[in-house]
Design a protein. Structure first.
Length: 118
């Protein structure tokens, strides 16, 4: 069992930056693959990106590639999402997720709202 808590969301102007954090408690954090997803009102949940256990490999959805960066600090049980060059279409609730098996997320945070104004 692991508990995930996101923070760092807020209101930002287009072109600005935000850094989201996701803190984990429970089982050793380093055993989990960590991912970020987002969901905008009326839309399906969208994959943002994922990072491997050691933090050496990341992959991203096409809509955020080149603008967002995922990192993790296993000593702090935290994964980060650095979001640059934000666009209004990035407005969504952002969720972090943890899983053991690639492609399967066993635990989810409660989400944090990101709003990008034009």
């Amino acid at each position: 069992q692991v508990q995930l808590v996101e923070s760092g969301g807020g209101l930002v102007q287009a072109g600005g930056s935000l850094r989201l954090s996701c803190g984990a408690s429970g089982r050793p954090f380093s055993v989990y693959l960590m991912s970020w997803y987002r969901q905008a009102p009326g839309k399906e949940r969208q994959f943002v990106g994922t990072i491997n256990r050691s933090g050496t490999t990341t992959s991203y959805g096409d809509s955020v590639k080149g603008r967002f960066t995922i990192s993790r600090d296993n000593t702090k049980n935290t994964v980060y999402l650095q979001m640059n060059s934000l666009k209004p279409e990035d407005t969504a609730v952002y969720y972090c997720a943890a899983g053991i098996i690639p492609g399967r997320n066993d635990y989810w945070g409660q989400g944090t709202q990101v709003t990008v104004s034009s």
